[in-house]
Design a binder for this molecule. Structure first.
Ligand SMILES: [Zn+2]
Length: 450
């Protein structure tokens, strides 16, 4: 789940270029139909789908389980193929309250308004395909096409330590919609559940992406769409690894780390929000760590906890912890933390707070939060402070972006132009508040562009 992307996102990505692994899904012993049934009965549809894809069943119970898995992993083309075959064979229902072949076929038929042909994303070697039947906006589909490969590679780096998952991993399907309300109808037709009040959602290997969220751009800023896609693709990989039912802080915290790989503003944004939300209160951090409820307000704290764990241990250790914490192990957070890293929840919360106060990668966020807290009404003073902050931490482009805008407002145009030129040379495009091109237009508006 990806919450509504905030309006004020901040600079720099301390994680870019690192490769780390949550670790792959453990190889499952070959148990044939019994193995498939065990996975399905535990709700591990994506893993069951991947297994059935390796050894496609031809008939009977196994084919039914494959169809049910594909349906619930939102791999609807495969579900349709298997259900058609089951119907032709006259196979209808299962016990245990699982849906009948007719019910799933009716769900697919009702969802057909939003589904059609899958189009492979140009540069991802067939690993990603999108279906834009639910989206009348050709530009949005084209934007998704150009953002998906980079996002996929970023999520793969977090999940598998490389730009691609193992060759055996199935593809990811993107379902595009004009509005989040359309995605809600699509899910209703299939009788599946996911929150559609954020900027995207995922179920299994299917990602639902909409252009407009309650009338606003669902992915504002030059990096918004890439970040949303990286976040949801990581959830798809979590589902494939069978860790998607772990604690919220691990699930969302790692997805936010994937966002930081494609959005140079995101890490600083999350750190500023975490500092503001927590204000040194360990109980607040502990509450986010221990709560099973998903709260958008807690996302920066989830990021804070995951990045602290990864910094002190490793991303691979975080992956091992997530596998240990999945609900099939039945291990508590307290036990898993202790066995994996000799930490208690209180100790992890305290370590995360210490990072916010002392770790070098949190320095720019500390500066920016302090600068905002004492911000007065003098534009010249603000511009001076932001420029000093950027000069001290020039690896944080968002600080430069803020400084440039403040300099324009203060009428210090040659200094603004120098900062913008420097940012442009790095390939930086801007933030949620506007692009670098907008800043240049602001300068022209003040009569300085000529
Ligand atoms: Zn999420």
């Amino acid at each position: 789940m990806n919450p509504r992307r905030p309006r004020d996102r901040r600079a720099a990505c301390a994680l870019a270029g690192l490769a780390f692994a949550l670790g792959g899904a453990a190889a499952l012993p070959d148990e044939g139909n019994a193995g498939l049934e065990r996975l399905v009965s535990q709700g591990r549809y994506t893993e069951a789908y991947a297994r059935a894809r390796d050894e496609p069943p031809q008939a009977g119970e196994s084919l039914y389980l494959a169809a049910l898995s594909a349906y619930n992993a939102l791999m609807l083309t495969d579900a349709r193929r298997d259900l058609t075959r089951l119907a032709a064979l006259g196979y209808e229902r299962r016990e245990r309250g699982w849906p009948t072949v007719s019910a799933m076929s009716a769900g697919l038929a009702a969802s057909e308004r939003w589904t059609g042909a899958l189009v492979p994303v140009t540069a991802a070697d067939g690993r990603v395909a999108y279906d834009r039947s639910g989206c009348g906006d050709v530009t949005f589909a084209s934007d998704v096409d150009s953002a998906a490969s980079e996002a996929y590679a970023a999520a793969s780096r977090i999940a598998f330590g490389g730009v691609r998952p193992p060759d055996s991993a199935p593809p990811v399907n993107l379902y595009l919609f004009d509005r989040n309300a359309d995605a809600a109808e699509f899910l209703g037709a299939l009788d599946l559940r996911a929150r559609t009040d954020g900027s995207a959602a995922s179920i299994g290997l299917g990602i639902m992406l909409w252009r407009e969220l309650d009338g606003c751009d669902a992915h504002p800023g030059p990096y918004g769409l890439r970040a949303t896609l990286a976040h949801e693709t990581l959830h798809a990989f979590q589902s494939l690894m069978g860790v998607e039912y772990g604690p919220r802080w691990t699930i969302e915290g790692t997805a936010l780390m994937a966002e930081c790989l494609v959005d140079p503003n995101r890490a600083l944004d999350l750190r500023c929000k975490a500092l503001t939300a927590v204000r040194g209160d360990r109980a607040r951090v502990l509450a986010a760590l221990q709560s099973s409820e998903e709260r958008f307000d807690d996302y920066p704290v989830y990021y804070m906890l995951c990045s602290c764990f990864a910094r002190r241990q490793s991303l691979a250790a975080l992956g091992a912890l997530m596998r240990d914490l999945n609900r099939y192990h039945g291990r508590s957070t307290e036990d898993a933390l202790w066995y994996s890293s000799a930490l208690t929840p209180v100790a992890l919360a305290a370590a995360a707070l210490r990072d916010t106060e002392q770790a070098p990668e949190w320095a720019a966020a500390r500066d920016l939060v302090a600068l905002r807290a004492r911000a007065g009404g003098d534009p010249d003073q603000q511009a001076t402070e932001l420029l000093a902050a950027y000069r001290a931490r020039s690896d944080e482009p968002y600080l430069g972006f803020l400084a440039a805008r403040a300099l324009v407002r203060a009428g210090r145009l040659s200094e603004a132009r120098a900062v913008i030129s420097r940012l442009e040379r790095t390939g930086y495009e801007g933030a949620v508040e506007g692009t670098l091109t907008d800043s240049e237009a602001m300068m022209r508006g003040t009569g300085a562009g000529s």
